[in-house]
Each structure stands twice: as C-alpha cells, then as structure tokens.
Design a protein around this ligand. Structure first.
Ligand code: HEM
Length: 268
C-alpha cells in the first residue's frame, strides 16, 4: 500500500502583520496567499487551544486497508442522512405546534402555505427511510466483513444502540402529524410495547405519559423525537467515530491478513 501523505504539525501562527512575503499586495502577498494563510492561521489558533487538529488529521489521513471499497461508504452515508434529518427537522420545528388540537393544523399550514414547506417536509419524511436503509446496509457490511470481532466489539454494541435509537426516532416522529393514520398506528405501537415481558407495561405507560393517550403523549413524543434521541445519537456517533479512528477499519474478508504491507494484522 502506498504511503499516504501526512501533513506536518501545524506551526504557531505568525503574529499579526508578520505574514510571509508574497509576490504583491500591501505586505507583498497575493490575495490567494493571504486567503490560504488566514485559513492556516485560524486552524492553527484553534488547534493550539484544543488539540482537535490532531484528531481531524488522524481521521482524514488514517491508513485504510487494501481492498477498501464502496461498501465502506455506508457509515458515512448514514451520517449524512442523520445530519440532513437534523437540519430539515430544525426548519419543521419552527412551524410545528405539539398540541393535539393544533398539531395537524400546523403541519397543514406548513405544507400548503409556507414557501418550500412541503419540500422540506418531504425531504424529512423520505430522509427517515433513507437513514433506515443506510443504517441496515451499513450494519450488514460490518457483519459480513466480520468487523464486529475483536477489537471492535464495543463499536458494534454502540452501533446496536444507534440502530435502536434510530428506530425509536422513526416511531416517535410518526405520531407528530397527529392525523388518523399516525394516531391509530402509534396506539397499536404503544400497545405492542406493552406486551413485552416485565418492562413492557412500564414502557407503554411511560410512552403514553399516563393511562390515556392525549396531549402529554404528544409532547412527550415530540421531546423524545427532537431532543432526547438526537442528543444521544450525536454523542454515540462521536464515540463510534472515535473508535473507528483509533482502531481503523477491517480489511475485506477475501483478503488474507498480511504484515508489513500497509495492511493491519487481524486476529480472527
Ligand atoms: C447513526 C448510525 C451510524 C453511523 C452514522 C455510523 C457511522 C460509521 C462510520 C462513518 C464508520 C466508518 C466507515 C465505515 O465502515 O462505513 C463506521 C464503522 C463501523 N460501524 Fe457504524 N455507524 C452507524 C451505525 C452502526 C450500526 C447500527 C452498527 C452495527 C450494529 C455499526 C457498526 C460499525 C462497526 C463495527 C464499524 C467498524 C467497521 C470496520 O472496522 O470495518 N454502525 N460507522
């Protein structure tokens, strides 16, 4: 495997007014040189105070095993889908009212009257399916490539929690339009939860926010959907990616583990 270029350590930014000399400009630098230097100065300034640059360098310039292919992009595709859901969700939240009497009306208003409202709502709705498809394909890739084995078991477990949280996200989001379909489908879903052993009845009580399905249920679903779960997902994605950077990715199973060739030795 060819050696990947690694940038040297970031240098301390020059004090203001002491830039390197270029071809022209007030201090002899071209606008492009000034732009490049300013970028490096900003990165250097942040890196000196956080050390975050080394994590980014490690993430972007890490070695990848031989045979890395398109299947390895499915995790990033899931990340992209999640980011997109978060962005479109912020715009939907600007118009949505989580009350049984106003939820449906606020969504109808968003769809019919707000500029690009229907488009953003559609992106959020279809984006949810895209995320579910991506996450399952990504899980399938890691499973069939044996990436759940030592030393990546913890990352697999974090992945399983991410999967459960993503599905809970879909479940809680489904109720929010508060139309006939979402209302009855969620009642069925909550009742199914209630059939689980021991924890089931407690879980369905918690989801309903009491014995009856009503306004508490809706605001509870909304809070879980837009605060609790996205927050947990963001934290877990951070841990997931940290482990990917630390451990690297698994070589495809059809490649034999070799040493001294840029490919990591794997214990299988
Ligand atoms: C929000 C959901 C998720 C995101 C954003 C995410 C993101 C990523 C990314 C970017 C990578 C590195 C590149 C790649 O292999 O695709 C990765 C690796 C990995 N992911 Fe995920 N992932 C998610 C869910 C899951 C799930 C549900 C599982 C399994 C249950 C899982 C298990 C793993 C494992 C074991 C690796 C290491 C792969 C290797 O060593 O080859 N992830 N993830």
């Amino acid at each position: 495997m060819p050696k990947l270029p690694r940038p040297g350590p970031l240098s301390r930014p020059a004090p203001p007014g002491e830039r390197t000399n270029g071809a022209n400009g007030a201090n002899g630098a071209t606008p492009v040189e000034i732009a490049k230097e300013t970028g490096a100065d900003v990165v250097g300034w942040v890196d000196e105070r956080t050390g975050g640059g080394s994590f980014l360098t490690g993430l972007l310039f890490r070695k990848v095993p031989k045979g890395t292919n398109w299947f390895y992009t499915l995790g990033s595709a899931t990340l992209f889908a999640f980011t997109f859901q978060a962005l479109t969700g912020v715009f939907l939240a600007m118009y949505y009212t989580p009350s049984p009497t106003q939820a449906y009306g606020s969504i109808t208003h968003l769809t019919n009257d707000v500029w690009l409202g229907e488009f953003v709502r559609g992106m959020h709705k279809w984006g949810a399916s895209v995320m579910i498809i991506c996450i399952f394909l990504h899980m399938g890739r890691t499973f069939f490539f044996g990436a759940y084995k030592y030393p990546r078991e913890l990352n697999w477990v974090i992945g399983v929690v991410l999967l459960i949280l993503t599905m809970t996200m879909s479940f809680t989001g489904y109720l929010l339009p508060f139309d006939q379909r979402s209302y009855w489908a969620t009642i069925v879903g909550v009742n199914i939860n209630g059939t689980g052993p021991i924890a089931g009845p407690f879980l369905s009580d918690f989801l309903r926010g009491g014995a009856e399905f009503g306004s508490t249920t809706l605001s509870r679903f909304y809070a879980i959907h837009m605060l609790l779960i996205p927050g947990a997902i963001i934290g877990l994605i951070g841990a997931h990616l940290y482990l990917v950077t630390r451990l690297g990715t698994t070589a495809p199973p059809w490649l034999k583990a070799e040493s001294g060739d840029g490919i990591r030795e794997e214990r299988v």
